[in-house]
Design a protein around this ligand. Sequence first.
Ligand SMILES: NC(=O)c1ccc[n+]([C@@H]2O[C@H](COP(=O)([O-])OP(=O)(O)OC[C@H]3O[C@@H](n4cnc5c(N)ncnc54)[C@H](OP(=O)(O)O)[C@@H]3O)[C@@H](O)[C@H]2O)c1
Length: 256
Amino acid sequence: MADPPSPGRARPPILVTGASSGLGRHFARMLAAAGHPILAAARRAPELATLAAEIAAAGGRAATFALDVTDAAAVDATVAAAAASFGPLGGLVNNAGINESAPLLDQDIAAWDRVLATNLRGAFLVARAVAKGMARAGGGAIVNIASILGLRQAGGVGAYATAKAGLIQLTREMALEWARHGIRVNALAPGYIETPLNRAFFASPEGQAMIRRIPARRLGRPEDLDAALRLLLSPEAGYITGAVLAVDGGHLVSGL
Ligand SMILES: NC(=O)c1ccc[n+]([C@@H]2O[C@H](COP(=O)([O-])OP(=O)(O)OC[C@H]3O[C@@H](n4cnc5c(N)ncnc54)[C@H](OP(=O)(O)O)[C@@H]3O)[C@@H](O)[C@H]2O)c1
């Protein structure tokens, strides 16, 4: 998969959740350009339609699915429909996620439930539904989009960091249980990546101070994640499973 597309060598279809914006949208476009048929899922159908049109205009193939990953029945139906579109799924980029920041003493419980339901329960529902099909087809590769906040702490993101830590441990559990089915499961843990949603914060004095604490002295860009994602999805990574790969400009190894 890391190789350029070549005639006669079909790339497996890949499901990307949270494909309507940000990193998921970027991943879908990047993987489509590498020759993979893309199954793009998220709640906002108009944004997905725009993405699919862009992929088609660039010569790729995409199908879209309006999906709330917290809805178990909808996840199963969507994964079945996705597998019927371009054939058995070879990869999953389990990317849908939300954050609702709050200090833990003031944590709203409904917000806590939303963050855990999307980032952890939703990721499990999608991975399990996809893995059942992969097991029948002889294997596949799942990449869970975690965060360095699943490995370290920061104030005000308790629910999000807890969900991402859970997703990292879930990655290891799934890797253990599903290796016998030829399914590899790894986590990609991005550092702070600049997206339209956080651009204003990182332009502020607090945001600039945070950037100075990153050893690379800059924010990540979506394309900084591409090589790691391609590797983890690739047959070249056939013996890599249960790994957590941080792509963070050294943020996790920043000095005390
Ligand atoms: N940006 C960063 O610095 C950074 C760093 C580390 C990790 N991450 C992780 O990367 C992933 C993408 O983040 P992003 O920065 O690209 O954020 P984003 O632009 O807000 O994208 C989040 C995506 O998740 C989808 N989503 C949210 N809730 C959903 C639900 N219930 N069902 C289905 N889809 C849902 C959204 O689509 P709809 O609203 O259309 O449903 C959207 O497409 C997340 O898992 C995030 O935790 C991001």
